[in-house]
Design a protein around this ligand. Structure first.
Ligand SMILES: *[C@@H]1O[C@H](CO)[C@@H](O)[C@H](O)[C@H]1NC(C)=O
Ligand SMILES: *[C@@H]1O[C@H](CO)[C@@H](O)[C@H](O)[C@H]1NC(C)=O
Ligand SMILES: *[C@@H]1O[C@H](CO)[C@@H](O)[C@H](O)[C@H]1NC(C)=O
Length: 490
C-alpha cells in the first residue's frame, strides 16, 4: 500500500516535473527564435492598401505560419506568428488571442505646434520593414489557467487543469496512470497550490509581467544583474505595439531613458536596447521617447568613451528613433548627430560599427527621396503636404558633405565584405550630387572602383556558370559600373 502511494507520488512529481520542463521549453524556444528570425518584408511603393504586405524571403527554420493582420480584429491560432507592430489582445469571453494591424493613425506631433499627422499610411512607401516574431503561449494552456486564479481553487479544478495540461502537451507519460494519480489526491494541498502558483506565474498578462519587471528594475535593492535581466525581459515584451505603449503609460519609458545617463554601463547598454525595440515601428512611442529626452542622451553616449557593445545598442536605438520620423531627424541634425557619427566612424577599434553608421545615414537619405517620389503618383492630401514640409526641413546631404562623408564612405569599399561594399556603393550613389567633385578628386576611390569592377566581373562569370543570371555579384557590379559612369560625367 505504502509502496503504491510512493509510486503514485513519484509519478505525480514526475508528471509535474515534465510539465514544467515542457513549459520551460516553450518559453525558451519563444525567447530564442524571436529576433534572429527577422524577415524582410517588402511593400511596393505607392501600394496603399493596409494588410497587403507581401512576404518575401521567408526562410524561417521554425516553419511558422505567419499571420497577416488587417485593420479588423482576427482570431489568432496557436503557433501563429505576428509581425512586430501589431496589436494583440486577449478576448476574455472566448479566451482567444486576437490581432490586428498596428495603427499609424491618431498621432499628432509638431515642433511648431502645427501638428504632424501620421494619418494616411504613408509608411507603405518605405520599402523594407523588419518583422520580428512573437510567439504565443498555447491557448488551451491559458484557458486552463484562466479559471485558476486566486488561492481558493478546489481539488476538482486542480485536477481539471492538470488534465488540460496533459492533453495539450501530448505528455508521453501514461495518461491513465497520471489521472489516477491526481484522483488519489494524496499530496498536501499546499504543495499542489505552490505548483499551481508557479504555473500561474507563467501565464500572467503582459501588463502584470511588465509591472513586475519595472519594479525589479526600479528597486534600489536590486543588483545590477537583476536590473539588466529585467531590462532584457522588457525588451522582449515591447516588440508588441501595445506593450510598448503600456511601457510609456506605466512610467517605464522614463525609467529606461533615465538609465541612459545613469552610472552603470551595462544598464546604459540594456536601456538603449529596450528603447530601440520599443520605438521600432511605433510612431506614438517614438514621439514619447524624443519628448522624454532620449535622443540627447543617446547622442551623449555616442560621443563619449564607451565599450563598442554599448555603442552598438545605442546606434540601434538612434536608428529606430529616427526611422520615418522627420521631426527626430531634424532634431538629430541640430544636436550635431552627424558629427558624432563621423567621429565614431573614425574611432580606432570601432570598425565593426562602420557599416551600421553608414546604414543610418543611407536610410535617412533614401527615406526622404522616396517620400518626395511618392508625391508624384498620388493625389496629394494635406498630411502628405505636411510630411513633405517636415522632410524638407531635414537637410542631411549638405551636412554630410560638410562633415567629410564624401571622403569617409569610400573607405568602406576596402572591406572584404560584399554587403559592406554594396552598402557603401549605394550610399556613394545617393550622395553623388553633393560629392561629385570630391569623388573625382579622390584617386584612391577611382582605384578601388576599377579594382572592384575587375573583381566583380569575374565573380559574375562564376555566378553565370552556376546558372544564375541576376545574381548578387551582378547587382554589385551594376552599382560599381554606375559609379564609374557617373563620375565620368561632368
Ligand atoms: C530594501 O531592503 C530593505 C531591507 O531588506 C527593506 O527594508 C526595504 O523595504 C527594501 N526596499 C524596497 C524598495 O524594496
Ligand atoms: C520608481 O521608484 C520610485 C521610488 O523609489 C517611485 O516614486 C516611482 O513611482 C517608481 N517608478 C515606477 C515607474 O515604478
Ligand atoms: C540624467 O539627466 C537628467 C536630465 O535629463 C538629470 O536630471 C540627471 O541628474 C542625470 N543623471 C545623472 C546620473 O547624471
Amino acid at each position: 500500500m505504502t509502496t503504491f502511494k510512493m509510486q503514485n507520488k513519484w509519478s505525480i512529481k514526475l508528471g509535474v516535473a515534465i510539465t514544467f520542463w515542457l513549459f520551460s521549453l516553450h518559453l525558451i524556444s519563444a525567447h530564442n527564435v524571436k529576433s534572429p528570425t527577422a524577415l524582410s518584408v517588402k511593400e511596393g511603393s505607392g501600394d496603399h492598401s493596409k494588410g497587403e504586405v507581401k512576404q518575401l524571403e521567408n526562410e524561417d527554420p521554425e516553419d511558422l505560419e505567419v499571420f497577416t493582420p488587417t485593420d479588423k480584429w482576427q482570431t489568432l491560432k496557436p503557433g501563429h506568428a505576428v509581425p512586430a507592430g501589431s496589436h494583440v489582445r486577449l478576448n476574455l469571453q472566448t479566451g482567444h488571442r486576437e490581432v490586428k494591424m498596428g495603427e499609424e493613425a491618431g498621432l499628432k506631433y509638431g515642433s511648431d505646434g502645427n501638428g504632424y499627422s501620421n494619418r494616411g499610411k504613408k509608411y507603405s512607401t518605405i520599402n523594407t520593414v523588419s518583422y520580428s516574431y512573437v510567439f504565443f503561449f498555447p491557448l488551451w494552456c491559458r484557458q486552463g489557467m484562466m479559471n485558476m486564479h486566486g488561492p481558493s481553487y478546489t481539488a476538482e479544478e486542480l485536477k481539471e487543469a492538470l488534465k488540460k495540461i496533459k492533453e495539450g502537451m501530448n505528455d508521453p507519460v501514461d495518461t491513465k496512470q497520471e489521472e489516477d494519480a491526481v484522483k488519489a489526491q494524496f499530496r498536501p494541498i499546499e504543495e499542489l497550490k505552490k505548483d499551481m502558483e508557479a504555473l500561474d506565474m507563467l501565464v500572467e498578462t503582459d501588463v502584470q509581467v511588465m509591472r513586475k519587471l519595472l519594479n525589479q528594475f526600479n528597486n534600489t535593492n536590486s543588483t545590477t544583474d537583476e536590473k539588466v535581466t529585467a531590462l532584457l525581459d522588457l525588451e522582449y515584451l515591447v516588440h508588441q505595439v501595445d506593450n510598448a505603449r503600456n511601457l510609456v503609460s506605466m512610467g517605464g519609458m522614463q525609467l529606461v531613458i533615465n538609465a541612459l545617463n545613469g552610472t552603470d554601463i551595462r544598464l546604459q547598454e540594456s536601456a538603449a536596447f529596450v528603447l530601440g525595440s520599443a520605438v521600432s515601428s511605433n510612431p506614438s512611442v517614438q514621439v514619447e521617447a524624443v519628448e522624454g529626452g532620449a535622443l540627447q542622451k543617446l547622442l551623449t553616449l555616442l560621443a563619449t568613451q564607451r565599450p563598442i557593445a554599448v555603442k552598438k545598442k545605442v546606434l540601434f536605438a538612434v536608428a529606430s528613433l529616427l526611422r520615418h520620423f522627420p521631426f527626430a531627424q531634424s532634431h538629430f541634425l541640430k544636436l550635431g548627430g552627424v558629427q558624432m557619427l563621423s567621429e565614431l566612424f573614425q574611432t580606432p577599434g570601432a570598425e565593426a560599427l562602420r557599416v551600421r553608421i553608414i546604414t543610418v545615414l543611407y536610410d535617412m537619405i533614401i527615406e526622404k527621396e522616396l517620400i518626395s517620389q511618392v508625391g508624384m503618383d498620388l493625389i496629394p492630401d494635406s498630411s502628405h503636404q505636411e510630411r513633405l514640409r517636415q522632410y524638407g526641413e531635414v537637410s542631411l546631404l549638405p551636412v554630410l558633405a560638410e562633415q567629410g562623408w564624401c571622403r569617409l564612405v569610400p573607405e568602406l569599399l576596402a572591406s572584404p565584405e560584399h554587403d559592406w561594399r554594396e552598402k557603401a556603393l549605394r550610399t556613394l550613389l545617393a550622395m553623388m550630387a553633393q560629392c561629385h567633385t570630391q569623388y573625382k578628386q579622390n584617386p584612391s576611390l577611382t582605384a578601388s572602383l576599377s579594382e572592384l569592377q575587375k573583381q566583380y566581373q569575374e565573380l559574375v562569370l562564376t555566378e553565370q556558370d552556376l546558372g544564375e543570371q541576376d545574381g548578387y555579384f551582378g547587382e554589385i557590379l551594376a552599382l560599381v559600373d554606375s559609379m564609374v559612369v557617373k563620375m565620368q560625367q561632368v
